[in-house]
Design a protein around this ligand. Structure first.
Ligand code: DXP
Ligand SMILES: NCC(=O)COP(=O)(O)O
Length: 244
């Protein structure tokens, strides 16, 4: 079965915030993405609210509530108090916990496997008790996958930038072996497998065949593609890519 596509709408908010006001409409974008057939919406609200704001997450949750059975809402972020409060309030299908490095422009790495199991495990358990599936953002590394299982997550999200860079340099086939091995280990340990960061229409056809791949979250390249072909067509192009 094809992996599910969760469209990350951060970049729609980035464009809107460049001028203030509500153009382009984030909710309008979510409606178009869902109407085009995407079964998931992802946001990654940053502490500085440089793109997605708390009010956006609330508005998207309200928009998706009637579609809960077919469209998943995924909130990504570092486990800071206001992010956890947002997840507690909105109860998305999934919360992807992602480490943040001070000053980063975007995510740079998965959780280091020496991160305290007890500390993060308590947060993971709390979110799961609220009915939220928890995924942990990790590098394609055996120690990190084992760590995620020990922390009690239900899924991992493999950080795919190293794959994307290798693919752009003509080394995609070689790079994907490490990701496939990590996905196999995750599956053996009972974890679901998500993936994301810098996936695009060039590198996704190969990556979409990763074993046990449940979901890909894609934002930057998809929204950029939409500038040229329109948002409806961009979503359909990515959905088609996942079916190949
Ligand atoms: C975790 C991940 O890989 C993406 O969510 C990425 O970090 C998006 O965040 P930005 O849109 O702020 O770059
Ligand atoms: N989790 C990855 C994500 O949501 C989107 O990452 P990108 O496609 O914007 O690099």
């Amino acid at each position: 079965m094809a992996a599910r596509l969760s469209v990350n709408v951060n970049k729609v908010a980035t464009l809107r915030n460049a001028r203030g006001g509500d153009v382009p409409s984030l909710i309008g974008a979510v409606r178009t993405i869902v109407a085009a057939g995407a079964p998931g919406i992802t946001v990654h609200p940053r502490a500085d609210e440089r793109h997605i704001r708390a009010a956006d997450a609330r508005a998207i949750a309200a928009e998706l509530a009637p579609l809960r059975d077919r469209v998943e809402f995924n909130i990504e972020g570092d486990p800071r108090p206001d992010l956890l409060a947002m997840v507690e309030e909105l109860r998305p299908h999934q919360c992807t916990l992602v480490p943040v490095r001070p000053g980063e422009i975007t995510s740079q790495a998965g959780w280091p496997p020496d991160t305290s199991r007890a500390e993060l495990g308590a947060i993971v358990g709390h979110l799961q008790a609220l009915g939220v599936r928890v995924s942990l953002f990790v590098d394609a590394d055996f120690a990190a996958v084992r760590w995620a299982a020990e922390v009690g997550a239900q899924r991992i999200e493999l950080y795919t930038e190293p794959y994307a860079q290798a693919h752009a340099a003509g080394r995609g086939e070689a790079a994907i072996a490490r990701f496939a091995a990590a996905a196999e280990l995750a599956y053996e340990l009972g974890l679901g497998v998500n993936a994301g960061h810098d996936l695009d229409l060039d590198n996704l056809p190969l990556f979409s065949h990763l074993p046990h791949l449940d979901e890909v979250s894609i934002g930057h390249a998809l929204i950029s593609h939409a500038l040229f072909v329109g948002l409806d067509r961009a979503v359909r192009d990515y959905l088609g890519c996942l079916l190949q």
